[in-house]
Design a binder for this molecule. Structure first.
Ligand code: F0G
Length: 463
C-alpha cells in the first residue's frame, strides 16, 4: 500500500509543442538578453518554471464553460455563477471580480490604507508590498523566524509570528488599518499557514478591533497541507477546511491565476458593506462594471469551474506530491532547498550551494542562469537581485535568502518533464564550484530584476 506512484488524475486532451533550442542557441539567447531570463522568448525555453501564475492547463469543463460565457455588460449570467461559487467557498457577502490579484490589492488598499500607516503580513508578495508602499504605507513582514531558515523542517513555516504581531499592534494599532496573511506564503518558500495560527491571528485582531484579510492565491494548496499535517483535519474535505480558513477572516484578495486554475482573473471578497460600496466604485473606475470587473464573461466561467476543480482531493494529492517529488530528487543529490517542499514550487538555496559567490554578485541569479544554460529550464531569482536594497554608500543590503524558485504550472508538465528538471539541477550542482557571479550593467529604479542588464563578473573590466 502507498508504494505505487500518485499519478496525474487526468489525461492529456490537447497538446502544445515544446521547442528544443540547442546549447549554442541558449548561449546566444543569454547574451542577447544580457543574462536576464525575463528577456527570453517562450520558444527559447524548454521547461518554463518562471511562475505558476496563469500558466496552468485548463480542463475540458473549463473550456466548455467558456462557450457558455455570457458577455452582457450588466447582470451577466456568468457573473452570478462566479459569485455563487466564490460565496460558497469563502462565505463572504460581497464578491468583486478583478482582472488579477494585484488589481484586488490596489482597490483594497486604496479603500483602506493611508500614508504613514502599516500593513502587517506574514510575508508580502512583491506586488502586494508595492501596492502598500504605493499608498505611502509600510509593508511589515512578521513571518515566524523558522520560516526564514531554508533547511529547517517544520509543517507550517508560513505561520505568522503571533508574539511579533501582538507587539506590532500594541505599538502601532492606531496606524494599522488591516492585517493580512498570505496562504501559502509565496515569498518564503510556498509554505503553509496552520488553522491554529489563523485562529491566533483572528483572536489578536479581535482584541485590537483590526480587520483581517487573507491573500488567498493558493488557498486550496494551504487547505491540503492543513488536512495532511494538522491534527484534527484528516477527515475534513479540502472544501470544508477552506471554508473554515475563510470564516476566520473579514475578506480576501485572490489571484485566480493560481488556485482558480485559470489563465487570468481574480477577485476581492469581503463582508463590510461600506467597504464593498467603496471598492465597487473604485472597480468601475479602473476595472469595469461590478458584474464583470476586469474579466470577460467566459473568464468568469473558467474561474468558477476552476475553483470547484481545485478542491478535488485527487488533484491536490497529485499537485503537492509532484512538487515534493522534484524536491526529493534534488535533495537526494545533495542540492539544498527550502524544506519541506512548498505547495507550488521548489526553492533551491543558492546561498548554500554557491557559498563562494557573495550576495552583491547575485548567487541566485547565477544559479538561475545556469539552469537555463544547462537544460533550458527557466526559474526565477528570489534573492538579492530582486530584493537587495542599494545603500547610500554604493553598497547593497543583501536579501534575507538567496533562492531560485522553480514554480510548477498546474496540470501542465508530466513526471518525465520533472525528471528532466531534476537532472538539469543535479548537473549544475555538480559543477557549482566553477560557477561565477554577475554584476549589474544597467538597472531601473524599482523592480529592477525584471529589466536589469547583467554581465558575468570575470568578463567585465577588472574582473
Ligand atoms: N499574492 C501572491 C501571494 C502572489 O503570489 C501573487 C502573484 C499575487 C498576490 C498577485 O497576483 O499576479 O494575479 O496580480 N504571484 C505570481 C508569482 C506573479 O509568480 O508568484 P497577480
Amino acid at each position: 500500500m502507498g508504494k505505487r506512484p500518485i499519478i496525474e488524475p487526468f489525461r492529456v486532451h490537447t497538446v502544445q509543442a515544446i521547442s528544443m533550442p540547442s546549447r549554442d542557441e541558449r548561449e546566444e539567447a543569454l547574451r542577447r538578453v544580457d543574462f536576464n531570463l525575463f528577456g527570453l522568448r517562450a520558444e527559447e525555453v524548454i521547461i518554463d518554471l518562471l511562475t505558476d501564475s496563469g500558466t496552468g492547463a485548463m480542463s475540458t469543463k473549463q473550456w466548455a464553460g467558456m462557450m457558455l460565457g455570457d458577455e452582457s455588460y450588466a447582470g451577466s449570467r456568468s457573473f452570478f455563477r462566479f459569485e455563487e461559487v466564490v460565496k460558497d467557498i469563502t462565505g463572504f457577502g460581497h464578491v468583486i471580480p478583478t482582472h488579477q490579484g494585484r488589481a484586488a490589492e490596489k482597490i483594497l488598499f486604496s479603500a483602506m490604507v493611508d500614508e504613514g500607516q502599516v500593513v502587517v503580513n506574514n510575508s508580502h508578495f512583491d506586488t502586494t508590498r508595492a501596492n502598500v508602499e504605493y499608498r505611502g504605507a509600510e509593508a511589515r513582514d512578521l513571518v515566524h523566524a523558522d520560516g526564514l531558515v531554508p533547511s529547517h523542517v517544520a509543517p507550517f513555516k508560513g505561520n505568522m509570528d503571533l508574539d511579533a504581531l501582538r507587539d506590532s499592534l500594541e505599538a502601532d494599532a492606531d496606524r494599522i488599518p488591516l492585517v493580512m496573511v498570505t496562504v501559502t506564503n509565496n515569498a518564503a518558500g510556498g509554505q503553509p499557514v496552520s488553522m491554529a495560527n489563523l485562529k491566533g491571528v483572528r483572536g489578536i485582531c479581535d482584541e485590537y478591533e483590526i480587520p483581517f484579510f487573507l491573500d488567498a492565491c493558493r488557498f486550496a494548496e494551504n487547505a491540503w497541507f492543513i488536512k495532511t499535517r494538522e491534527e484534527g483535519y484528516a477527515d475534513r474535505t479540502p472544501k470544508q477546511i477552506a471554508q473554515e480558513m475563510f470564516s476566520l477572516a473579514d475578506g480576501c484578495t485572490m489571484s485566480a491565476k493560481k488556485d482558480g486554475l485559470a489563465n487570468i482573473g481574480g477577485f476581492l471578497a469581503l463582508n463590510d458593506e461600506r467597504l464593498a460600496v467603496e471598492s465597487r466604485n473604485l472597480l468601475i473606475l479602473t476595472e469595469g462594471f461590478p458584474t464583470y470587473g476586469g474579466m470577460a464573461g467566459y473568464d468568469l466561467e473558467a474561474v468558477a469551474q476552476g475553483l470547484e476543480e481545485v478542491l478535488d482531493e485527487d488533484y491536490l494529492r497529485y499537485r503537492t506530491r509532484s512538487v515534493e517529488y522534484l524536491a526529493e530528487k534534488v535533495l537526494a543529490g545533495g542540492v539544498p532547498t527550502v524544506q519541506p517542499a512548498g505547495g507550488h514550487a521548489v526553492y533551491v538555496d543558492a546561498r548554500a550551494l554557491l557559498p563562494h559567490i557573495p550576495p552583491h554578485e547575485y548567487p541566485a541569479h547565477s544559479l538561475a542562469v545556469e539552469f537555463y544554460r544547462e537544460g533550458g529550464v527557466r526559474g526565477v531569482e528570489l534573492g538579492s537581485l530582486a530584493f537587495g536594497v542599494p545603500m547610500e554608500d554604493g553598497t547593497e543590503k543583501a536579501a534575507g535568502m538567496e533562492l531560485v524558485r522553480l514554480a510548477i504550472p498546474r496540470r501542465m508538465y508530466t513526471q518525465s518533464h520533472i525528471d528532466y528538471v531534476a537532472e538539469v539541477v543535479l548537473d549544475v550542482a555538480a559543477r557549482a564550484g566553477s560557477i561565477g557571479g554577475y554584476r549589474i550593467v544597467e538597472q531601473a529604479p524599482w523592480l529592477r530584476h525584471f529589466t536589469a542588464r547583467l554581465e558575468p563578473v570575470e568578463a567585465g573590466p577588472g574582473g
